[in-house]
Design a protein around this ligand. Structure first.
Ligand SMILES: [Zn+2]
Ligand SMILES: [Zn+2]
Length: 275
């Protein structure tokens, strides 16, 4: 049950879930660091080396796919027994972890483009969206908690403790990657690739909520993008730019395929009528 249930459903059942969740990963990372220290572990990669350059785009591509698979895991679109475990392992690779992805993303689907409740509402300006996304997500985790468990002084204290645990878990998780991969690879490849993959996800969210065409906040809504770059993006990343379709049918792994099938179904009777 624990290995297959979704973090959001545990979050709704147990007021201490998120603290315990990040506490668990804190202990795992602390144990990894302790083992490295006791055994005098030497990082896997020394360097810098010339091959960092070709590895950079490959790792970036893999990390974007990691976000994409985590997204599908939040919707239960991977084979049922592995959604949770795949989400957890990939969540460690992209540092943010599965529970925050799950809780925030379910909130995004419930309150899409609601200026106050969407955890990452978009603005016509991409860089303004980036800034607000980074600032807003932690605030929206608090809000989600208070909506379920009540905005009391006791719960505010709990959430502050949970936030400190989350920051601490980020620190030991990053330290584990740093020690495992070595400073050169971590600083020149792993960290920048993760930042760029995160930026890619924010750009994806901005563009698919009509960021490029929007002139005002009222224009923000899920949309299916079909320009040449977005068609290429759909081929590389399992149809992510058919985002209006994703909001309509979130259990489709590749919403672009579902959109093409729906469009073909509309066209066929029209062609039959014309004939
Ligand atoms: Zn969306
Ligand atoms: Zn989704």
């Amino acid at each position: 049950m624990l290995l297959t249930s979704h973090p959001i459903s545990q979050f709704r059942k147990n007021p201490r879930f998120y603290l315990m969740y990040d506490g668990f990963w804190f202990l795992v990372c602390a144990a990894v660091l302790g083992t490295f220290a006791v055994t005098g572990f030497t990082p896997l990669i020394s360097g810098p080396a010339w091959w960092f350059a070709p590895v950079f785009p490959v790792l970036l591509f893999c990390l974007i796919w990691a976000h994409l698979l985590i997204h599908n895991a939040t919707h239960g679109n991977l084979p049922k027994p592995i959604n949770r475990i795949a989400g957890e392992l990939l969540g460690l690779c992209v540092v943010v972890r599965f529970a925050s992805w799950d809780i925030i993303h379910m909130r995004h689907h419930k309150h899409t483009d609601d200026r106050a409740k969407d955890p990452h509402p978009n603005f016509p300006s991409f860089w303004k969206t980036v800034f607000h996304t980074i600032v807003n997500v932690e605030k929206q985790l608090f809000e989600q908690y208070y909506e379920i468990w009540g905005d009391t002084a006791e719960n505010q204290g709990r959430e502050r403790r949970r936030a400190w645990m989350s920051y601490g878990t980020n620190v030991v998780l990053l330290a584990s990657w740093f020690w495992l991969l070595g400073p050169a690879f971590f600083l020149l490849v792993f960290a920048p690739c993760n930042l760029l993959a995160g930026l890619f996800v924010i750009h994806f969210n901005w563009s698919t909520h009509n960021g490029e065409a929007a002139r005002s906040l009222e224009d923000m809504r899920p949309t299916n993008l079909s320009g040449p770059w977005y068609r290429l993006g759909n081929k590389l990343f399992a149809g992510i730019y058919a985002h209006q379709m994703h909001h309509d049918r979130p259990t489709m792994f590749n919403p672009a395929k579902a959109l093409a099938a729906a469009e073909a179904a509309i066209q066929e009777p029209a062609e039959q009528q014309a004939a």
